[in-house]
Design a binder for this molecule. Structure first.
Ligand SMILES: [Zn+2]
Length: 290
């Protein structure tokens, strides 16, 4: 870890802390933007805003506990989600459970245009099922088989990971001025506790299909408003072998914070995915692009 990068971000955030009227008990501390605990310099770590496993490079500071916990609970699901997306586009493979005449085996499915092939994973399969199915194939005794794709991620965890990244994008951009508001606290609570049903995460996250970035970056912040409720649409670039853009709507501070979430809930019922063309001028340029 580069100490200078950490020190630089620490100094920047400490200024933001002071400007927004917040305080920590001791002078060498920051408030962790995720768990909101006062944290000394040594217990802070540079955290990727978008996980590095899906191409993120920009960092900010969070406490070590949040950094480690989220890597395990959230970010791995986002990486696995993208791995599935890659596999459907011919990069890598999908893990499946194959069923041939009642015998179950684990197989890797390669998904190429016009051709799908299964490779049985011997080590992960029952040897008796293997020999029986092989014999069935040789004797022409297999009319059809079924398979189930094993998605190695949980929807809630991968979406929460996106919410966390989008929140950290706004924290990087607006600092504690944003994070100190009750609306940011609502989002933080949801990121920290996967069992919370509010705010409804499905209504905040869309796939930004057809998004053509006007310049090369990992994230794009686009301010907007619906029915007087102001928001930022944060578009995140998720990249392994292939690239996907995911959009997260986050409210900006307002008097009636609940209003935005209610609005998004009713919008979510009407839309499924989003085709968008956004002019470059609409995108807020990050002041701290690295
Ligand atoms: Zn923390």
């Amino acid at each position: 870890m580069s100490l200078t990068a950490k020190q630089k971000e620490f100094d920047r955030l400490q200024q933001s802390l002071v400007h927004s009227g917040l305080q920590t008990v001791r002078s060498n501390e920051l408030i962790c933007p995720l768990c909101w605990q006062s944290t000394p310099f040594d217990d802070l770590s540079l955290e990727h805003i978008v996980p590095s496993s899906v191409g993120g490079r920009q960092t900010t500071l969070t406490c070590r506990t949040c950094n480690n916990d989220h890597g395990r609970k959230l970010d791995s699901h986002l990486a696995n989600f993208q791995q599935v997306h890659d596999a459907f586009r011919g990069h890598g493979h999908l893990r499946t459970k194959l069923n041939i005449n009642g015998n179950e085996m684990v197989a890797n499915l390669q998904w190429k245009e016009g051709q799908k092939s299964f490779h049985i994973v011997g080590k992960a399969s029952n040897p008796i099922a293997l020999t029986t199915s092989e014999a069935d194939f040789h004797s022409g005794n297999v009319d059809e088989f079924t398979f189930t794709i094993l998605y190695n991620y949980a929807r809630n965890n991968f979406k929460t990971s996106l919410l966390r990244s989008a929140y950290l994008v706004l924290f990087k951009h607006f600092g504690y001025e944003y994070a100190k508001h009750s609306i940011a606290n609502e989002i933080r609570k949801r990121v920290m506790d996967l069992s919370l049903e509010q705010p409804n995460i499905d209504s905040l996250i869309v796939e930004a299909r057809g998004f053509r970035p006007p310049f090369d970056d990992q994230q794009y912040v686009i301010p907007g408003s619906i029915n007087d409720a102001e928001f930022c649409l944060v578009i995140l670039r998720i990249r392994r072998a292939t690239t996907k853009y995911m959009g997260v709507y986050l409210p900006l501070p307002c008097d009636d914070c609940g209003k935005f979430f209610k609005l998004m809930n009713s919008f979510a019922k009407e839309q499924n995915g989003l085709k968008m063309s956004i002019p470059a001028e609409a995108i807020l340029k990050s002041k701290q692009s690295e």
